[in-house]
Design a protein around this ligand. Structure first.
Ligand code: SF4
Length: 727
């Protein structure tokens, strides 16, 4: 309840949701936020989307965890969505203002003191390590936590648990993009900030519904079009931005490699490439040239991607006009999960990188590569080392010199072998090679593919500790639950999609006995024999920065009110590097590598039994597994129920009514939810957002992985549908 007699205080911070990282001033009265306003910064110029403006009330929700919980001795079944719970929830419209939670789950736990809970966590994890070895333990950190928390979490797993089995949701997001970027240009970073689109002759957006997922960044793209930038959209979905497009190619799902090989064929054939740039800054062009000229005529590409050869030619012409080879221009490519979340996601990203390289569109204003990062700190959590193969700043765990540096700093011997990734860890749990897990701020039961397999994996663990702000679906499997602080209750740094490191400042006090995450990590580390003593969160940042090149010159103090882009050589006088790689790449010979790609189909194609393609994603009002946005009154009121979007033609073919309850089944499970008529979805395809516990899209998805990025194929699997009224 607000007390109007109390004074209002303004606190400058940032948004807790997407990778755009908008700057916000929160108005606070007592221990409540009462208003959020966008403030001036290079990121958002005061603009906010609906999540940033209204989506902060989850932090004050009555379901917040306020005390540590320990699973009772009695044999309560682990995990949500048992058959009975599922049937009671399916498709129902819930009350606005609160997520559906099976209240019975609280009965499985008893309250405990922090001492008891932390001692139990440390003793159980230590016992598993002694009995089964270091690699029987694993941890999932979170892209919602700060850089400091991500750094300490991976340090605990590596130096305290003794394993590199540490990962986070970047594995579900841009792992394939990063794999391709590291392989080709030697860095996973975006080359240009998104606002640089105002300098682009051509903007190519592919596999990204930017208005829903990066709404404020999309306003910059629209403004660029108003000022003459030509917009090319390549996507199986006809989303909002296509209204602004010069060209819209609605390709068949999963056919990106064929389409881009066709475009590159036209560019090379017609000489619309930058030979000078290719000679000076790249290698491997001849192999790419041979492949696309010999095998990927626009006609051949059209057979697979479904775009008419003439349109492929026209798009190539528009891109060709943006080559600097005797012509003025520039091209900036943005991409999202539609590119990365495939078993050939790395190939998709390799094609986009080749397209930029052969047209010389890197290292100058208005051009380059920008994989739009999803969560508010997925860039930072990756920078801070929440990745099984690399220490902070992408330094390989297999490199002896680098490992020695971290061993000297942390005072322990470290494992020289890369650890397991998200889905591999879950498979390990199922196979009983992983016995104990620490999950901080992630909700894999809803976010990971093939949820019924995840259920078995989480249920098979000997011990699971979950640290979160709500009793999430994953916490329902836990042996111990530690109540953490929300974004608004702690200070720390967050790195946005542009590489901008910003300070999120504490606005509120935590409820009850909830504690800040970095202190909880230190408590567990100390109890497991790894000393972790920091004066405050800025000293954690200093230790992290001292072990990296990218953050080396940064500190909390240096970030100012709107942050700094890494790398930043002179934080006092500079905003950091807006454009990277103007004079070569961070590869051994300073050259970028072309990697030609052959087309590979998705792992599970539609057939007679499962004739539709399922693609999953997000909606504007909700965020990932909904643990925050579904507890925000305003956001939940706009989009309160689970739904599936289907083309009106398919709706008619299946004799379904808009709004009817349908059953969607794959080879892995089935869900029931409302169907919506939606022209943006291609015929033969069904789109389901993955935010909804009561109809989890990931019950249906397939857990096949891209071999390089180890990312699952969320954007393609085969399903069938029928009216739920049928028995
Ligand atoms: Fe927050 Fe992203 Fe919306 Fe900005 S665009 S207000 S960062 S959710």
């Amino acid at each position: 309840a607000f007390d109007n007699a109390l004074p209002i205080t303004n606190i400058d911070s940032v948004c807790p949701y997407c990778g755009v990282g908008c700057s916000i001033t929160y108005q606070k009265q007592g221990n409540s936020i009462v208003k959020a306003d966008g403030r001036e910064s290079p990121v958002n110029h005061g603009r906010l989307c609906v999540k940033g403006r209204y989506g902060w009330d989850y932090t004050m929700h009555p379901q917040r965890l306020t005390k540590p919980l320990i699973r009772r001795e009695e044999n309560y079944p682990k995990g949500p969505l048992s058959a009975e719970v599922k049937s009671s929830l399916s498709g129902k419209k819930k009350k606005p203002g609160g997520i559906v939670t099976d209240e019975n789950v609280y009965a499985a736990f008893r309250e405990a003191t922090w001492e008891e809970a932390l001692d139990l966590v440390a003793s159980k994890l230590t016992a598993i390590r002694s009995e089964h070895g270091n690699n029987a333990l694993a941890g999932f950190g979170s892209a919602k936590c700060s850089n400091e928390e991500a750094y300490l979490f991976q340090k605990l797993i590596r130096a305290g648990f003794g394993t590199n089995n540490v990962d986070h949701c970047t594995r579900l997001c841009h792992a394939s993009s990063v794999a391709a970027l590291m392989e080709t240009i030697g860095s996973g970073a975006v080359t240009n900030v998104f606002a640089d689109v105002e300098n682009s002759a051509v903007c190519l957006i592919t596999g990204s519904n930017a208005t829903a997922n990066h709404p404020v960044a999309a306003t910059f793209m629209k403004a660029a079009v108003d000022h003459g930038t030509k917009l090319i959209i390549v996507d199986p979905r006809d989303h909002d931005l296509t209204r602004y497009a010069t060209h819209f190619a609605q390709i068949n799902p999963g056919s990106d490699v064929a389409f881009y090989n066709g475009v590159m064929h036209c560019l090379i054939r017609d000489g619309l490439i930058d030979n000078e740039y290719i000679d000076e800054f790249t290698e491997g062009f001849e192999d790419l040239k041979q492949l696309v000229l010999n095998e990927w005529s626009p006609e051949a590409a059209s057979q697979i991607c479904g775009i008419e050869p003439e349109q492929i030619e026209a798009i190539a012409q528009t891109i060709g006009e943006a080559t600097p080879n005797g012509k003025s221009g520039s091209m900036l490519i943005f991409w999202g999960m539609g590119i990365s979340q495939h078993t050939h996601g790395t190939d998709n990203a390799r094609c986009l990188i080749s397209l930029c390289l052969l047209t010389g569109n890197i290292g100058k204003p208005g051009s380059g590569l920008h994989p739009l990062r999803g969560q508010n700190n997925v860039q930072g959590a990756s920078d801070a080392g929440l990745i099984p193969m690399v220490f902070p700043d992408y330094q390989s765990v297999t490199n002896d010199e680098i490992r020695s540096k971290f061993e000297r700093s942390w005072g322990v011997q470290l494992d020289p072998n890369p650890g397991l990734t998200v889905v591999e860890i879950m498979r390990g749990a199922l196979a009983r090679s992983i016995r104990g897990m620490y999950i901080m701020g992630e909700n894999p039961f809803l976010s990971d593919p093939n949820a019924n397999k995840v259920r078995k994996g989480l249920s098979s663990l000997d011990f699971l500790v979950v640290q979160d702000i709500f009793l999430t679906e994953t916490a329902e499997f836990a042996d111990v639950i530690l109540p953490a602080s929300s974004f608004f209750e702690k200070t720390g740094t967050y790195t946005n999609t542009d590489r901008r490191v910003q300070l999120g400042r504490k606005v509120l006090d935590s409820p009850g006995e909830a504690r800040v995450d970095w202190e909880i990590i230190c408590e567990i580390a100390r109890r497991m024999g790894l000393p972790m003593d920091y004066e405050d969160v800025s000293s954690v940042f200093d230790e992290f920065a001292s072990l990296t090149e990218s953050y080396a010159k940064l500190s909390h103090q240096a970030l100012g009110s709107t942050g700094k882009l890494w790398p930043c050589e002179d934080a006092e006088n500079s905003d950091g590097e807006q454009i990277l790689f103007g004079d070569g790449f961070p590869t051994p010979n300073k050259r970028a590598q072309f990697v030609p790609c052959r087309f590979l189909p998705a792992k599970e194609l539609p057939d007679e039994d499962y004739p539709l393609v399922l693609t999953t994603g997000r909606v504007l009002e909700h965020w990932h597994t909904g643990s925050m946005t579904r507890r925000s009154d305003a956001l939940d009121a706009i989009e309160p129920v689970a739904f599936a979007a289907l083309n009106p033609e398919d709706l008619a073919n299946y004799q379904l009514e808009d709004g009817e309850l349908i059953r969607v089944a794959s080879r892995r499970g089935e869900i029931e939810l409302q169907v919506r008529s939606d022209y943006s979805v291609e015929e033969g395809t069904i789109f389901i957002p993955f935010h909804f516990r009561e109809a989890s899209a990931n019950i249906l998805t397939i857990d096949e992985l891209d071999p390089y990025g180890k990312i699952p194929e969320f954007k393609f699997c085969a399903v069938r549908i029928e009216s739920a009224a049928k028995a």
